[in-house]
Every structure is written in structure tokens, then in C-alpha cells.
Design a protein around this ligand. Sequence first.
Ligand code: GCO
Ligand code: MG
Length: 423
Amino acid sequence: MKITDVRVIITCPGRNYVVVKILTDEPGLYGVGDATLNGRELSVASALKDHIAPLLIGRDPDRIEDIWQYLFRGTYWRGGPVLMTALAGVDLALWDIKGKRANLPLYSLLGGKTREGAWCYTHAGGRDAVACEDSIREKMAQGFRFVRAQVAVPEAIGTYGVGGAKEAASATWSGPPLDKGGGEAAGPLAQGGALPSVELNWEPANYLRVVPKLFAHLRDKLGDEIELLHDVHERLNPIQAARLAKELEPFKLFFLEDPLRPEHKESFRVVRHASTTPIAMGELFHSKYECLTLFQEQLIDFIRCDIGHIGGVTEARKIAALAEPYGIQTAWHGPGDIGPSTHSANVHVDVSIPNFGIQEMVHFPEAVNEVMPGAPEYRDGRLWPNEAPGLGCDVDEEAAKKYPYKRGYLPTTRRADGSVHDW
Ligand code: GCO
Ligand code: MG
């Protein structure tokens, strides 16, 4: 069997996605993968079309590990979000081919089911604690047992995870002139604008004051049973993160997500030694190497790399295996800005490894399902793997053409003095 063609499909059914379709010389046999990197879609598409596709033509798609090693080590330049997303797209498409050839769903190739479905968490947020509580109650009514809670930060205009920028529209801005971002003002959906939108007046002190109050309110109103999570989104320095983890301890979070920047692995010691709040990390990691210190020193409880940005299922299995003896569980990144194939890969890995922890999930809009059918199904608080051979996802190339690419960016963040902060 040989690879005969690699097609890269860029489409925007609500937001941009990059799909990799690998064709073989066996009639009708092809694999579909996702290579979406939010805000840098065309760079990944170019890496695939201009550089990687020619290396794949004529190769045996059965040899996933060899192709992975060849593209990662064999081409000298390795790592980083663009190349590892491109590699993930290829890897997913190759696993899809292998599954279709064997007529087995991916989880079966990975060793078979260790559980039927994957418990998952969804997102809730609001301009204040009461609005966030209402949002969580809605999710609980939909059967969710795990919910991530975010709240607007006082004085900030726009807050990650809260949606829209209107919650603090009365705040005034005295910093430098702003780029005129045309997209949604805050949150990961900030696509479709000519330039990035900006969150303004974000101050760590305000954030650190409001988040413990949010969780005190939520525990008071919602009781102890609902599992609550919170995403710091890599915005704190080590001592701030340690303080937050400590102050949240009484509210028994399921986990505190991404408290520190991805560059600061050793600083997790500070957070770890300050509290027993479980820590999750990893959506900005790109390889197993970045996980090693955190695993060996047991500095985190959940590893939440993005299968679509670490080179796919091949790397994810290794990361899960490295985490297992340290008692660390997985929580693969599952936002709306990666495609259905990656969500499908998440769930196939979730249901086949021993140390699965939780799965982040989104409901895709109808247009996404039209172009890329096969996303995992949500039911009763869990995600269920697609039982079709391979990853169970496809791409409708005609439908994709109806939704042409639109340039889009993630938002940026500035502090009250106008300086750039991590978004
Ligand atoms: C999450 C993430 C996302 C990212 C997004 C960036 O926990 O789901 O933090 O919301 O911000 O994937 O493109
Ligand atoms: Mg996150």
C-alpha cells in the first residue's frame, strides 16, 4: 500500500479548520486528520502542502511510527506549534487509514476499551458569581457532572472564558491606542476580525480577589457534589498561582488548569508545595519532553496536552504511558478550535488507556458537522467514541468550499498600564 496524495482542506464553517486527507492506492481507502491551529491555520497548511506532502507520497501508510520519526527527527527542524500540528494531522489520518483497513475503531487498535464512555466537562461563565451559578445550573440540567467555571474580572474589559466584552463596559481605558479588532471581543471564538481583539485592564490582583469569591459562592449555592474546574490560562506568576491554589483549597476543585506559563516547568514546585488543589497543565506543550519534570516530580495531577498540537495519537499514547506510573491522569484539551477528528482521537484514547481522568468537550455547530461529520456524541455527562472504523470522521470537500477561509486571530490582553500580558 502506498500514499498517493495528501490534500489539505481549509474551511471556515463558523471558524477556521484545516483538514488533512491522505489518499492511498487502495481504491476508496483514505484517512482524515485535523491540523487546525487557531490563528495560524495557513502556516500549518503551507507546512503540509509545500513541505510535508512531497515527503509522504509513495510511503507505506501502515508505518505510522516510522513516518512520525521521519517527520519529527528525520527532517532536523522539529517541534513548535506549527510543525507539531501538521504532524498531528498526518498522524490522525494514518491511524484512520489503519483502522479502516482493519475494519476496527481506533480504540480497538489501541488495546480495546477500558471504559465505555469518557466523563467530560463543559464550560460555564458569567459576569458575576450569580450569573456563573445560573450557567452551571444549565449545564447540570444537561447532565454534566463536571463544569469549568469562569467569571469576569473587575475592571477588565473582556475576560477569557466569559464571552463578550460587555460585562465591564463601564471601565475606562487610558492606555496606548488600540488595534481595532473586529472579532468577538473575548474568548477563544475571537475569529473573523481583521486584527486581534484586545482584552483591556486585566490585573492579576483583581483576578486573584474575584476567583476565590466565585468558588465560595458556587460551593455555597451548589453544594459539594458538582465537580468544579477553573482555567487560569497561564496568566499568573508562580507565587500568585500558589496563592490562588491555596485559597481555592476549601472549595475542592476537580482541578486548577494551566496556572503558569508553559516556559515555567520548575515553578510548579512552588504551586505544588503550597496546596492540595489538584493541578492540570499542558495545552501549550508540544511534546512528551515538556512533560518530564512535571511527571517525575509529581508536580501535576492531570496532563492536558492537545492531541492536535503534539503530533497526534502516536505522541499522546506515549505521554499517557509516561504519566501512568506517577499516578497522573489525562485531560486532553478539547476546545472548539480544533476539529472533530482531534475530538474523536481524544475519546478513542480516553476509552482505551488506564489513566484517563476527564475530557474537555464542545458541542459543534451544525455547519461543522456538515463539513466534518463524525464528532464524538455527548450523552448523559459522557462522550462516546464513534464506532465506525478508524476515527470515524470524514470531510465533505464540496461542503467545505461553501465556507471559505477568513483570517482570524486569538485575542490579546493588556494590563491597566497598557502593557502586554499573556492572553
Ligand atoms: C481551553 C483552552 C482554550 C484555548 C484555545 C486557544 O481550556 O479550552 O484554554 O479555550 O484558549 O484553544 O485557541
Ligand atoms: Mg485552557
